[in-house]
Design a binder for this molecule. Structure first.
Ligand code: GLU
Length: 494
């Protein structure tokens, strides 16, 4: 094998880890794992306004929640650090010195006003504006040096070679790409204030960190030929590029904050499991075999390959995500579910202390809902009835449909069932209680539903609760009886 694979995820801290960025991170991580390579996290924090400590933490937190562990990067360190661009300015300065020594750059003293005027003039002509007119490229080295020595503000531009043929590369997703070099602007690498531009910093970092594959969004595709020119100027090997297509919403439009949930933490807060989200995002543009939908991290980390990435735009189908999340909830097991569901159990009426004190009781809630939840947050609503104590919050519609429609019957049923539930000789467990109530349906010559539904409304508040007697078993007898009494008195005035 050639060099070991070294890949990086290089987010700019903007205050969220965007779902598209998360997919890029997953692909880099899975590729590194599958190839026995190294996954690097590099924070591109050169924008001082947005790159706050808090915004950086948002990224690290989201990466950890997603379970995307990095081998080198913030907080874990590594041989090629530091991993924050703001701490790497000396390396950009050194690269600039190298480029100067190679005669690959030149200082440009044109002011903003001059550049604006040139642009406006060029735009007015037929050919239009095709980049900086290279005025300063013509300065003699002596004159340039004299102006620098005199303290004249200047940027450093790349001297795009005159005789460069097309810039070509084989993108692992897009295939062979070719860009004419003669239309390439002599781009700025270092600004007047000494800071590097995005393209320059990225190339310096990728070269110095020995990155072998650059896997990133295709919004960077147009930067790639520029970056290749910088690699060439530095005399460094060009990595393999793999550009990922866009993720569109189900309306066919680009995901946007206004129309969609776009950040990883929003998905976490809406009750999605990170395993499910990773699985789902991995399949937005990649497939194992064209059909498998449930793919564990282990499979992803052993089978991921660049050649199964598609260049078709991927569509974010929330219905599919919900289905997938439901599958993971069904499989996760009671203890993991209780831990992951804490915030929503608390919303339902539990307390953290109670969850810690009675883990077995909470574990028993899992089978009630495991097959009924698409998202963890739904437990807040669906399980609230278990935390009402001796009171019931009766849903009006359910009362009308189940209790008052045939009031005399419902009244009779509730009283009879109350009698059974009050009988202390019947063990307070799902099976025996259910059996006794079933026997009652025969005595009354009624269908099971006719008996169960009124009880369900009286105990759980509505007609669509989780399984009834499993729920009853979880509640203290006196609470269940009190709820039936409350229903009898509220609905039938008894
Ligand atoms: N920092 C860039 C971004 O957030 C990514 C740069 C790259 O992957 O080359 O879009």
């Amino acid at each position: 094998m050639a060099d070991t694979v070294r890949v990086r995820f290089a987010p700019s801290p903007t205050g969220e880890l965007h779902i598209g960025g998360a997919r890029t991170a997953i692909y880099n991580w899975a590729f590194a794992r599958a190839m026995g390579g190294t996954f690097i996290l590099r924070i591109e924090d050169t924008d001082p306004e947005r790159s706050t400590e808090e915004n950086k933490q948002v990224i690290l937190r989201a990466m950890r929640w997603l379970g995307l562990d990095w081998d080198e990067g913030p907080e874990v360190g590594g041989e090629f650090g530091p991993y924050l661009q703001t701490q790497r300015f000396d390396t950009y300065a050194a690269a600039l010195e190298e480029l100067k020594a190679r005669g690959a750059v030149y200082p440009c003293f044109c002011t903003k006003e001059e550049l604006d005027a040139k642009r406006a003039a060029a735009e007015a002509t037929e050919g239009g504006y095709s980049g900086y007119d290279r005025t300063c490229r013509a300065l003699s080295p002596e004159e340039a040096q004299a102006r620098i020595d005199a303290g004249e503000p200047h940027v450093w531009r790349l001297k795009v070679p005159e005789d460069h043929g097309p810039i070509e590369f084989d993108d692992a997703v897009y295939g062979h790409m070719s860009f004419p070099a003669d239309v390439m602007d002599d781009m700025i690498l270092v600004r007047t204030d000494g800071t590097p531009t995005y393209n320059f910093a990225v190339v310096c970092d990728d070269a110095n960190m020995r990155i072998t594959h650059v896997i990133r969004g295709d919004d960077h595709l147009s930067n790639t030929p520029r970056q290749i020119l910088i690699y060439e100027a530095l005399g460094r090997p060009v990595p393999t590029f793999a550009h990922l297509s866009m993720i569109l919403g189900s309306d066919g439009r680009k995901l946007s904050k206004r129309r969609n949930a776009t950040s990883v933490e929003e998905y976490r807060d809406r009750g999605y499991l990170s395993d499910a989200l990773v699985n789902f995002l991995a399949l937005l543009g990649w497939s194992l075999d064209g059909e498998t939908t449930i793919i564990s991290r282990e499979v992803l980390c052993s089978q991921f390959s660049l050649d199964r990435i598609t260049k078709k735009d991927a569509v974010f189908d929330e219905t599919k995500l919900d289905w997938m999340n439901g599958q993971y909830i069904k499989e996760m097991g009671a203890d993991a579910w209780v831990q992951a569901s804490r915030p929503w159990l608390v919303q339902a009426g539990a307390t953290e202390a109670d969850i810690d004190a009675r883990p077995e009781w909470y574990a028993k809630l899992y089978p009630l809902v495991a097959e009924r939840l698409a998202r963890l947050d739904e437990a807040a609503d669906k399980l609230a009835y278990l935390f009402w104590g001796g009171r019931v919050e009766l849903d009006e519609k359910s009362v009308a449909k189940i209790l008052t429609k045939d009031g005399a019957r419902a009244d009779e049923v509730l009283r009879a069932v109350r009698g059974i539930l009050a009988d202390e000789s019947v063990p307070w467990e799902c099976e025996p209680l259910q059996e006794r109530v079933r026997a009652l349906t025969e005595e009354l010559d009624m269908k099971a539903k006719g008996v169960f539904q009124p009880v369900r409304v009286a105990v759980c508040g509505n007609m669509v609760s989780p399984p009834l007697f499993e729920s009853v078993e979880l509640l203290p007898r006196e609470d269940v009886l009190a709820r039936i009494d409350q229903t009898l008195s509220e609905v039938f005035g008894a």
